[in-house]
Design a protein around this ligand. Structure first.
Ligand code: G3I
Ligand code: 9MR
Ligand code: ZN
Length: 540
């Protein structure tokens, strides 16, 4: 069959599990819609849409066709009487397994410092990269061998703060949904005893340990070349000198937090590694205590790679205190957490690379220590309030997601996924299922139920993005991009030349182009993949 009509009706292109919320978003005034068997074109079910609304984020008039009631497995399309159709999709008992594995496997493809062999990487194999020691910026005679870890994104920089967000999401996913990680991926390290998600995170954690300054205990903010390499340069061909940028409080705070978290999670599998993590966390915490007033990180004048600048380090300290307290139970960390919790200068429910407060809140609420029930109660109430706000925005949105029009910024898909993650954790900690259908709609959006009608994950869905801003995908000579990568998504900020030229005037949610040149809409990063892994872990 047979898509003579342009595909205008937006659906989750991965499909729907039989019992889940199923909504098709239909451009136009709405009316009757049909669920059609994709093989023989027969209508198996029909219904009427909700009244049409003008969706502020997409600028489109849309109505919503709810076919949650239809549960029989098969391959279908949605059609309307005015001749519109959707991409084909399945209804099945399980639909997320392959995508979940691919989203996690993506971290292997981001690895730096080792060859990706054909057995594990298939056609996307390549040689080892970035193995030379890095020069400490400003101390040119000093070098540090900080090999390994994951490339950040479409570029080959390695940055501590976003790395910590990515690992935090993966470790949280494992803590909340261990069953989702029972199968080997497999990885070169797969050993049938420690789950592969922990092997993969360890590859990044060991790199982070190399980024801790032996002299002071602080963390070098990042390790990059001075300039970005060309857009099709393979990692092993990127041989310019590597530099460590100066130590920052945000990197050190994130590191203290992620190491304390790792000490707890790795303890049952690898006691010596867990002990090394705790020691590293304590040393970083001591650095933070000695440096209460650090300016925010800024790129040195001769370094042009990603900055990850952030003038506010109280949220990273708050997260570190929470994890150290949860892991050790020591009163001094609890007191530090209580003091930081009184500050209003940062968000306690944010999960972005600049705003890590949410991870501190989660750690405190998930800890079994109950020394300050009043504080726990306040944080829990705030979490529910935030989840209720997100749910309310989702109720009004044409595509059922929680972004305001002004939240379609660089990496908007991270906000989509962070919000879904917050809704899941709020539901879990408060023991309600009230947010579940909203979480589904965020997932549907990622995989195609959006105004672009595109799956924002490479290799998954009937119409996935094909040209991510990802140097290996551009340079490897393989037609298909590396699979399982989450694109940044619509960005109304017009922050690259392509967007300036081609996307001006588009609605926020439509400010997207599946072209390599548009790094401000179509790049991929480790910390856009990681919340996707967590959210899908709920559904596998
Ligand atoms: O937070 C403000 C918000 O208050 C405001 O309303 C909005 C309006 O534009 O902007 C928001 O800030 C944006 C910020 O991202 C939000 O996180 C900035 O405009 C935007 O420029 C900034 O983009 C960052 C981008 O680097 C440029 O610095 C992205 O978050 C960040 O993910 C991205 O990271 C890059 C690395 O530098 C290099 N490696 C690739 C990676 C992904 O593109
Ligand atoms: O490829 C770079 C990407 O990873 C960054 O997110 C982005 C913004 O910092 O910059 C990209 O590099 C571009 C550079 O900034 C300007 N010249 C074109 C580069 C893309 O090939
Ligand atoms: Zn590399």
């Amino acid at each position: 069959m047979k898509h003579e009509q342009p595909i205008g009706i937006a659906v989750n292109q991965l499909g729907y599990r039989s019992q889940d919320t199923k909504i098709a978003v239909i451009p136009g005034q709405g009316g009757r819609f049909h669920l059609v068997d994709d093989q023989n074109g027969e209508t198996v079910w029909h219904g009427s849409t909700s009244p049409a609304i003008v969706d502020a984020a997409s600028g489109q008039t849309v109505s919503r066709g709810d076919f949650t009631g239809y549960e029989a497995p098969g391959t279908y399309r949605i059609e309307t009487e005015d001749g519109q159709t959707s991409a084909p999709f399945v209804i099945a008992e399980s639909v997320y397994e392959d995508a979940h594995r691919a989203l996690l496997k993506a971290f292997y493809y981001f690895r730096c410092g080792m060859a990706l062999d054909e057995l594990h990487a298939g056609p996307w194999k390549h040689e080892a990269c970035h193995l030379t020691p890095a020069i400490v910026h400003g101390e040119e005679s000093r070098q540090v061998d900080a090999w390994g870890g994951w490339h950040d994104a479409g570029d080959y920089g390695k940055y501590v703060v976003p790395g910590a967000k990515a690992v935090a999401d993966l470790l949280l996913a494992f803590e909340l949904y261990p069953e989702a990680f029972a199968q080997p991926l497999p990885l070169p390290e797969s050993d049938g005893s420690m789950p592969d998600v922990l092997h993969e995170c360890r590859y990044e954690l060991e790199w982070m340990q190399r980024m801790q300054d032996e002299e002071s205990g602080g963390l070098f903010h990042k390790l990059t070349t001075l300039q970005f390499p060309g857009g099709d340069v393979m990692p092993e061909a990127d041989t310019a000198a590597l530099y460590l940028s100066p130590i920052s409080a945000t990197a050190t705070g994130c590191y203290a937090a992620i190491m304390a978290m790792s000490a707890r999670i790795y303890a049952p599998y690898d006691e010596p590694f867990a002990a090394s993590c705790l020691k590293a966390a304590e040393r970083a915490w001591a650095w933070l205590a000695e440096h209460p007033d650090m300016p925010g990180f800024r790129n040195p004048a001769d370094i042009a790679t990603g900055e990850y600048g952030d003038g506010q380090d109280a949220d990273e300290r708050y997260w570190a205190a929470a994890e150290l307290y949860r892991t050790t139970g020591e009163g001094r960390y609890h007191e530090a957490f209580q003091a930081l919790a009184k500050q209003n200068a940062f968000g306690k429910y944010e999960l972005g690379w600049a705003d890590m407060g949410g991870y501190g809140t989660f750690a405190y609420l998930m800890s079994e220590r109950e020394e300050d029930p009043e504080l726990a109660e306040v944080l829990m109430r705030g979490l529910i309030q935030r989840a209720d706000e997100l749910a309310a925005v989702s109720e009004r949105d044409g595509y059922g997601i929680s972004l305001h029009p002004d939240q379609y910024i660089w990496g908007s898909n991270m906000l989509v996924l962070n919000h879904a993650m917050l809704l899941l954790i709020a539901g879990r900690l408060s023991g309600t299922e009230d947010y579940e259908s909203h979480v589904h709609e965020h997932v549907h959006y990622l995989f195609g139920a959006n105004v672009m009608g595109m799956s924002y994950v490479t290799g998954y869905g009937a119409k996935p993005i094909l040209y991510p801003h990802h140097r290996p995908s551009e340079g490897d000579g393989v037609k298909a991009p590396v699979p399982g990568l989450v694109s940044g998504g619509p960005n109304k900020g017009l922050q690259d030349d392509y967007a300036l030229k081609h996307l001006a005037g588009k609605a926020p949610a439509a400010s997207f182009a599946d072209v390599m040149e548009s790094y401000s809409t179509n790049e991929v990063t480790i910390y856009w993949n990681s919340p996707a892994v967590l959210v899908l872990s709920h559904f596998v």
